[in-house]
Design a protein around this ligand. Sequence first.
Ligand code: ADP
Length: 256
Amino acid sequence: MGGGAGEKPVLIRWEERDGQKVAVRHDGRLAAQLRPIRMEVGVLSNADGSALVEYGGTRVLAAVYGPREAHPRHMALPDRAVIRCRYHMAPFSTAERKTPAPTRREVELSKVIREALEAVVLTELFPRTAIDVYMEVLQSDGGTRTAAITAASLALADAGIAMRDLVAGVAVGKVDGVLVLDIDEIEDNYAEADMPVAMAPNLGRVLLLQLNGVLAHDEFVQAMELARKGIQTIYKLQKEALRRKYVEVVQEGDEQ
Ligand code: ADP
């Protein structure tokens, strides 16, 4: 919820379709519709694992290094790997240049994303090592933290790091009284509420949940259900992206 400046744009139009009144969003989406989502795994050659994820105009690149020797050494833990996360918005990712230095928002988001990933990575398999997860927002149009988690979990899988489940995220919100899935920046700016959610769908665990603004209890329950369904779809796309990479690798092997 950014508290948009200037005159409020029309974000919801009510249209009659098949005798029903339906809410249509400013970009033509229905309330429970995701933006076009694109994912690609293994997009960087230096990193052990990487992924590029797009939710509409939001574009995030994730790179994973490790498990590798932890530096400085005193950071290492005797019984498990440490996960270090950096969520960062590139200075060119927003219309107005963002300061390249990490802001308090980025430091906090790095921490909550780390906590979400720690819940799925089998860190106990890699004692005394570090796993570095870098998430760079290349273009921001709302929902960057959730797209970053989705990308990070794909990059961890691409690095071959054992996990209990993938993590997928999406932000839901309340715009002009309507609960909507996958809010973009303009909706976020004028929303009555916005709620980023990340889950490990197969484990049935909620790994990140933040609510800005106000929802009635019933709306909160509906918003969680909307998020859960969106996350199921994103989860399928993640598995497909990993499968595509695997098929490519197998084909390359066959050609040799
Ligand atoms: P999220 O990206 O996870 O939704 P926020 O709710 O904090 O996080 O931000 C919503 C949107 O506002 C971002 O996706 C981005 O488009 C924009 N935004 C956030 N921080 C900045 C910033 N420092 N400069 C310009 N735009 C920003």
